[in-house]
Design a protein around this ligand. Structure first.
Ligand code: F6P
Length: 369
């Protein structure tokens, strides 16, 4: 389709929310309206189109200037989101009441057509942008915008939401130093990030942790314990350990809470495991703090707001230029476009030789290896 034929575009937000979603929505809407395009938002991922019966007020939200006024600094998403609405693997009740995963993509593409939607701007992480890529392959005009606090999307230096999560977690760990010191305790802080250690690494270095445990470096708990003890012999009587939820011991596995049909596995318990083991090995009182979903809440930092606004405006420029099947990406100082297929074909994990890891080692921070 020629860009000149675009009259109506849709925006959706999928997967876990991240600070900056509303800023992207506002930038897309304002830039699109200025080009004379109409904008609608799909409620809760694709559910507004796939399950319209759930929405008496309609599965699509008309996105006017008024609707997006003042939302740049707002956390969450005005469209709603879901972690269990993958149209390629939609959890569906089969005969005999047994649930199975159904491919509803053809139905979804028909719903886009029926609603006169010429293009989609999809805001999501690896899962949602993988879906966006599949829809683009099936002929839908799609631009992806990389969202996730985890920063694990490939081909962009950073995703929006990451800076806010890291800034907030750093503040939390800063606050733990004084109480850990007062009680001579080991404080173990678990942070989100799925199978990548970006959040834990950046928080741990910024907030002067004694040890950082990330999925990319399986840890030996005895080495963590002796690194902490070594510091105590130099006068420091407490310790801070930052643990990524996906961290695992050498030869062990990731701590999983549950795996449900049609959604990614839920991680949790890594911090508790490390706390228990360190208490046993050191004899020191050890406590776990799980920051969890707090990292997804609140207002985006200035960095994330600006990045989100830049990404949103760039997504509309991509559509106007006739592009599809690409993701906007930060390649400082520019925002560029990369094929969705490339951005979603592998997870971006922390390179073991990256400067932040090297810096951490220079500062004496243990990775338990
Ligand atoms: O991908 C973002 C993220 O916050 C991960 O860090 C975390 O593992 C997951 O989402 C939690 O998702 P849920 O909303 O299902 O608890």
């Amino acid at each position: 389709m020629n860009a000149k034929n675009i009259k109506r575009i849709a925006i959706n937000t999928g997967g876990g929310d991240a600070p900056g979603l509303n800023a992207v929505i506002r930038a897309v809407v304002v830039s699109a309206l200025r080009r004379g395009w109409e904008c609608v938002g799909i409620r809760d991922g694709y559910n507004g189109l796939l399950m319209p019966e759930l929405y008496p007020e309609g599965g699509l939200i008309s996105l006017t200037r008024a609707k997006v006024r003042g939302i740049t600094a707002l956390g969450g998403t005005i469209l709603g989101t879901t972690n269990s609405g993958n149209p390629l693997k939609y959890p569906t009740m089969g005969r005999g009441g047994k649930m199975y995963e159904k491919d509803r993509s053809a139905e979804l593409i028909a719903a886009f057509k029926r609603n006169g939607i010429d293009a989609l701007v999809a805001l999501g992480g690896d899962g949602s942008l993988g879906i966006a890529n599949a829809l683009a392959q099936k002929g839908l005009r799609v631009i992806g915008v990389p969202k996730t606090i985890d920063n694990d999307l490939d081909r962009t230096v950073v995703t929006f939401g990451f800076d806010t999560a890291v800034s907030f977690a750093t503040e939390c760990v800063d606050r733990l130093h004084s109480t850990a010191d007062a009680h001579r305790r080991i404080m173990v802080v678990e942070v989100m990030g799925r199978y990548a250690g970006w959040i834990a690494m950046n928080v741990g270095v910024s907030a002067s942790a004694d040890a950082i445990l990330i999925p990319e470096i399986p840890y030996n708990i005895k080495k963590v314990a002796s690194a902490l003890k070594e510091r105590w012999t130099h006068g420091k009587k407490y310790s801070i350990v930052v643990v990524a939820e996906g961290a695992m011991p050498v030869g062990g596995t990731v701590s999983v809470i549950s795996k449900e049909l049609g959604r990614a596995e839920k991680l949790g318990g890594a911090g508790e495991r490390v706390t228990r083991d360190l208490a046993a090995l050191t004899g020191k009182e050890s406590r776990a703090v799980v920051l969890g979903h707090l990292l997804r809440g609140g207002s985006p930092t200035t960095f994330d707001r600006l990045l989100s606004l830049r990404f949103g405006a760039a997504a509309v420029r991509a559509l106007a230029a006739g592009r599809s099947g690409v993701m906007v990406a930060l390649d400082p100082p520019a925002v560029r476009y990369v094929p969705l297929k490339q951005a979603t074909s592998r997870m971006k994990t922390v390179p073991l030789d990256c400067d932040t890891i090297v810096t951490a080692r220079d500062l004496g921070i243990s990775f338990g290896d």
